[in-house]
Design a protein around this ligand. Sequence first.
Ligand code: PEP
Ligand code: MG
Length: 755
Amino acid sequence: MLSAAASAREILVNLHDVMAARTNAQAKLNQVVDIIGEAMDSEVCSIYLLREGVLELFATRGLAADAVHVTKLALGEGLVGTIAQNGEVLNLDEAASHPDFAYKPETGEDRFHSFAGVPIIRRERSVGVLAVQHADPRRYADIEIEALQTVAMVLSELIANAGLIDPANPKDRPQQSTASIRLTGQKLVEGMAAGCAVFHQPRIHIEHTVAEDIEAERHRVYAAFDKMREQIDRMTREAEFGVGGEHEEVLETYKMFAYDEGWSRRINEAIDSGLTAEAAIERVQQRTRQRMRQIDDPLLADRMHDLEDLSNRLLRIVSGQMGTAAQMGLRQDTILIARNLGPAELLEYDRRRLKGVLLEEGSLTAHVTIVARAMGVPVLGRVREVRRQIAEGDLLLLDVNEGSAVVRPSAAMEEAFDAKLALRQKRRAAYAALRDVAPTTRDGHRVTVMVNAGLRDDVGALDVTGADGIGLFRTEFQFLVSATLPQRERQQRLYREVLDVAGDRPVIFRTVDIGGDKALPYLVQGDDEENPAMGWRALRLALERNGLMKAQARALIEAAAGRTLNVMFPMVSEAWEFAEARALFEQQRSWIASRNRRMPNEIRYGAMLEVPSLAYQLDLLLPQVDFLSIGTNDLTQFLFAADRANPKLAERYDWLSASILRFIASVLAPARDAGVPVAICGEMGGRPLEALALIGIGIDRLSITPAAVGPIKAMVRSLDYQAVAAEMGRLLANPPRDMRAALAGWAQANGVELG
Ligand code: PEP
Ligand code: MG
């Protein structure tokens, strides 16, 4: 008996000629069934294709010719419908005795006993079925089935190229994948959006499945394996110093798969059967997927995810399709899908077309989330198994307010979504009406509400929201969006434009906070850090590489000529660091003054308090600063020793905890005595219940994401300051286990608007 590779190859060689011929698609399919039937010594060979949701007999050798385009089966109907629906093979010696058998008299198939069918799969979905039948009641051998599956893969290329099925058209998809599904996740950036699914790392499109030159394909795959192994080795090596634990385990598994002889052998065998390197990798992956589907083990499913990742990596290398979706450009309203993203990767996308993001990982204060919030792009995080549930091009309705996304919605769902969107816009209009009213409590306590910004376009939020100023301008965003280090002139231009738009309203520029999860590709930071959030970042880096800080100081001082310049330094851990940074700015001020340039009217210096150690040097710091701003994002991660970007910790600690609130209160008292204003600029301040607690402990300056200004103003205006101050005093003196529930209950009883 022939080997699987040899029998598939014999068929593929013949198919190659058919595919290259200039005949129409129907004629090609007619030839294909003859070739396969002949090679497999089967009286019958038929091709069913999915059109308009049903499987239609498109070509046959052996069944009645009149049945072509007449015999149709629904998904799940008969043997053919069952194969397509389950995406699985059937191999039967007696077809009629199978419980799903459905007799179609017009085909004249009652003469045939044995039956074998395999799904024709395109982009992980069944788009048809290839079946062979035989008069003798015999089961087909495994190698014959294997050959059929290889042929089915090539057929999917022929069918797609001929436009016989349209996988991008939801109507032509199998029902199991056209059905709407609802995915849930964590609310990272609230909002609603509709768009088509685009994968950040796009699925590779395999253009050719049949090899012209088997040896050449083999070399391509060897070279790709070498390159992939190199990459994995590098990743493992770089992670070696001390990462340990789970990360290391994952890399070890990757390494194990990357070097797995069985995997490379199977790919090689698939190449032997006549497939191109790409098609062979995909074929082996299909087979593994199919096998794994039969094993219900979550641990194995995780491993499968790794293998899938590696297989995609190998495909990308071999096909040279390495770019992200951003580099290829978005063509329509898009919901981006990724396992995780860095802030710089997100910023590469066209903001006009990027409507929402769905992440498998993600956490509330990771910088990518903050950037998305600044861009006004809703993000749903920690959505499981997105790749299995969503196909590129699927329509998605993202409703992060509900913590969900609907994939392939029905018309009724779209209608309900639109109605809700309209309602939300109405609510936003109501918030917009608060633009010109001050955030003052019912008993006359004025709260200063400013916005966080970082890009030129964000500054427009000042006018839209009626905020009191920009309480945090993250200058590193300009660095993140640039391909090269922005020179002083470019920085200066941006700062001047921001100040122009702000007019009389204050803008607090934070000097670059790079490092951590905001790495710049063009700025080599030296060794890879084991724990970058606690590493050489922000002011630590800036004081050592002071050329960067000097250029920024000059750009800021020159941009603020004739106005007040507010600067603040990130990640100050000890008072001397602030003193050094301030001295560096003062040096630049003297240098510019010595050139008789026009100077700022005043420079006010502030420190971010986000590293807890600084709270124990307030006696040293307060006499030197003009203002303080508490960065609750980093503060929380350091106070709780909980990585802000780790999805597993994303919901573990609550901002409404006695630890954080007491910590902030302990900073407020000495600052008040020293006459130093204190603001909150972390994400916490933009959430109505959290802001309520902060106001209750004495915070009266918030710098928040622009979308939160309306809801926070509404909350403040519904509030009695004296009452919440008394309540927070009670709660902090004797903290309940669930501070959130206690405060929410109080807010409801006291008519506080929480949005
Ligand atoms: C913070 O840490 O709270 C903060 C506002 O700064 P960033 O989020 O940019 O680190
Ligand atoms: Mg910070």
